[in-house]
Design a protein around this ligand. Structure first.
Ligand code: ARG
Length: 433
């Protein structure tokens, strides 16, 4: 099955008769309920996996300051300080845009009046989707009697920010509400799997790519659109433009040995853009984008990942996942043939910046994930690859593997580029290049 980047079919319940985009659905795409149920079952049965196994000689290093040591062992306070005032969602049943205004307890549909596609793009991006794919006004009479609590309407005044655009209304003048579809991302197909292994199976991380430079696996990367891959700036900044032809992006594979076969010929690179604030000494702003010469052929094994939601930080302790072909031993020198995966919890920046961890080295554009005791981590060769977390039933690219002191050492968790800080930059680059 091959789907175009801009015209992905909906992953929704295929029997929802009143669905506004129903007629355009493509057969063969898993139903949303199936995908979600499958994911849930999957995660609860998946055992802890190590990307990196510590060598037996490795033992926790002694720490001088007992106060700091005890702070390092404190479990994360998982209470979220969520500063958002307006919440958005798209109903999986009927694609209606629904909004929850801070004080109101319910999700309400949005009146069609004053709606336009640029607002649609803003709402999609707020939710971590790169763009709007479809939108339309749906007659209230066509969606049944479910919505009786009122509506959200776009205010008539010009507002500077999206969150101030909405007000409560008893009814919609047009008698229509907004149905919306954003660029599809962050879902996996239902595929066969191995339980309890450390090796990933095909299709489990369909956004994961291997970036080859001069015929060698050099870094990981993540697919965000049919033509763009996110990676780390440190993976690409040393290389000069004339050598752009030395880069090849391999997608839809789990074993590197399958990369060179005719089936997976790899994708040539047209452009490499690294963030101009990248600081090679501090690793600040360690993010880059690669544009392919020809678009990916999306399938069950090649799919894009969503971006994080705007204005929302995951709390310390949130379970996320890393994947990559990097070293599996801290002192190792060779990368595994098969893609590895491991669960790693987010570590709050407060904890990660404490003197027992990175002592102030973590900037606002970085985040930490891993374990105080070490043992599970990304390592050399995983750089540029994804740190993903599942939220709202989609997987999001929360971090890019960037740096760490050693690999899997106690009190030195992996440090990742915080993708949420670069959303504006990503949109701008993708629109203009
Ligand atoms: N810089 C490394 C690379 O180029 C990745 C380091 C990640 N290290 C860690 N301990 N998490 O592959």
């Amino acid at each position: 099955m091959s789907l175009d980047g801009d015209t992905l079919s909906v992953i929704e319940n295929p029997v929802a008769v009143s669905h506004p985009f129903h007629s355009e659905k493509t057969a063969g795409v898993a139903g949303a309920k199936g995908v979600q149920g499958w994911l849930k079952g999957f995660q609860s049965t998946t055992q802890v996996k190590l990307l990196l196994r510590p060598s037996s000689s490795q033992s926790p290093v002694g720490l001088g300051d007992t106060k700091e040591t005890s702070f390092c062992n404190v479990t994360e306070d998982i209470s979220v300080s969520d500063s958002r005032k307006v919440f958005y969602r798209i109903s999986p049943e009927n694609s209606l845009l629904e909004i929850q205004l801070g004080k109101l307890p319910t999700w309400l549909p949005v009146c069609y009046e004053r709606w336009n596609s640029s607002l649609g793009t803003l709402v999609c991006r707020q939710l971590g989707y790169l763009r709007l794919t479809k939108h339309k006004g749906v007659n209230l009479t066509d969606i049944g009697p479910n919505y009786t609590d009122g509506f959200i309407q776009i205010t008539s005044e010009q507002k500077s920010s999206l969150e101030n655009m909405w007000q409560f209304r008893r009814s919609c003048i047009t008698g229509k509400v907004i149905a919306l579809q954003c660029f599809e991302c962050g879902t996996r197909a239902k595929l066969p799997r191995i339980i309890g292994g450390v090796e990933a199976t095909l299709g489990r991380w369909p956004w994961q790519v291997s970036l080859y430079y001069s015929n060698r696996h050099t870094c990981g990367g993540s697919i965000i659109t049919s033509q763009w891959v996110v990676t780390a700036a440190h993976c690409v900044h040393n290389y000069r433009l004339p050598q752009i032809s030395s880069w090849v992006v391999y997608a839809g594979i789990v074993t590197r040995s399958s990369a060179k076969t005719a089936q997976h010929a790899g994708y040539a690179v047209e452009k490499i853009i690294y963030n101009k604030n990248y600081n090679h000494r501090t690793h600040d702003s360690d993010i880059a984008l690669m544009k392919l010469r020809t678009p990916f052929n999306f399938s069950d094994t090649i799919r894009p990942i969503c971006l994080p939601q705007h204005d929302y930080d995951l709390p310390g302790g949130t379970q996320c996942w890393i994947s990559g072909w990097g070293y599996t031993q801290p002192d190792g020198v060779h990368s595994p043939d098969t893609l590895k995966e491991a669960p790693v919890p987010i570590i709050s920046t407060k904890k990660c910046n404490s003197s027992c961890m990175y002592n102030g080295e973590i900037t606002a554009r970085m985040l930490c994930a891993g374990y105080t005791e070490g043992k599970v981590d990304a390592c050399q060769g995983d750089s540029g690859g994804p740190l993903v977390c599942q939220d709202d039933n989609v997987w999001r690219l929360v971090g890019v593997v960037s740096w760490g002191t050693g690999c899997a050492e106690p009190n030195h968790p992996g440090v990742y580029t915080k993708v949420a800080k670069f959303l504006g930059w990503i949109y701008e680059m993708i629109e203009n290049y």
